[in-house]
Design a protein around this ligand. Sequence first.
Ligand code: NAP
Length: 329
Amino acid sequence: MSKTYNWAILGCGKIARKFATDLKLCPNARLYAAASRSLESAQSFASELGFEKAYGSYEEMVNDPEVDVVYIATPHSHHLEHALLCLNHQKAVLCEKAFAINSKEVGLMIEAARRNKTFLMEAFWTRFQPSFLKVLEIIHSGELGALKMVHSDFAFNAEYNPEKRLYNVDLGGGSLLDIGIYPIFMSLMALGKPSEIKTMARFCPTGAEESIMMSFSYPGGEIASLVSSFASYSSTQTEFSFENGFVRLNRRFYTPTSLTYWKNWEEEKVITFEKGAGFGYELEAAHVMECLDAGKTESDWMPLNFSSDLMEIMDWVRKDAGIVFPKHD
Ligand SMILES: NC(=O)c1ccc[n+]([C@@H]2O[C@H](COP(=O)([O-])OP(=O)(O)OC[C@H]3O[C@@H](n4cnc5c(N)ncnc54)[C@H](OP(=O)(O)O)[C@@H]3O)[C@@H](O)[C@H]2O)c1
């Protein structure tokens, strides 16, 4: 029997609202505190979503001994600062992707989690979706032969506005850390770390990267072709190509979705999954609480060394493409 965990939200923005909506689906989660830089915003978030307490600063929230676990939903540029704040107060942390801005920051977060013997996990919700788990099962079963290629794209037209987080380099803006991370996540899960990376990027007037194409190759001869962009819409699918067929995570591959499966010239099959009651964020929240129930400080499904590898690849991509975050690099 799981204990009931008191959750706090750090940063009451767009994704925090969706996550908190899904958190209500977890019977062992208590919507306890909302923390914002402004008390007014915390109060309105708390009353809209049903949190018991509202704090007008993140510091006040971490000093509340009743808080068990904090969901960090600030821009990537602030994840290090906010994760350290929580971990140094021994609060378990589920921190949004991108985990931070670069590997150095990810290293400091992991070091703080280990020093404080406190749980830390990147909020990579796709990892917990049944459609994605089915892909992993197909890859590992070998039923389609060896995996040779991954093709993944994530693009949407995010109207250009220099004021937006997405275009602000001081907040880690650009498509790579925001959405390009999903195709890279897919390739890392399926093929591991690449041995070669080549990229091509386009930039906006703020200096933020708008679109990027990434080609990876692997020691075993496999390849991956990955794209992200804020300039246009794309089908937002991920296809895994094997010696004897392919599997495609259909639009939009990062959320709960269906799979198309094709083997040896047989008819294509579409595999569907029952739609859950929420957006899909409840699965990662439930996983965090299972880890805490088991006394773990790290998830086996989304381990810290995986987050570290993911950021190392993004550092490499950035170096090749010339993507710079002047306040962090
Ligand atoms: N998993 C997913 O599906 C998903 C989807 C979208 C975004 N994300 C990730 O979630 C994070 C937040 O994205 P979002 O779209 O929710 O952003 P957002 O709407 O801009 O919200 C970010 C919140 O962070 C807080 N904040 C603290 N310092 C800030 C600063 N200097 N500038 C701006 N905001 C600051 C603000 O909350 P207060 O004013 O209340 O303090 C703000 O509302 C990003 O890392 C993003 O990659 C994940």
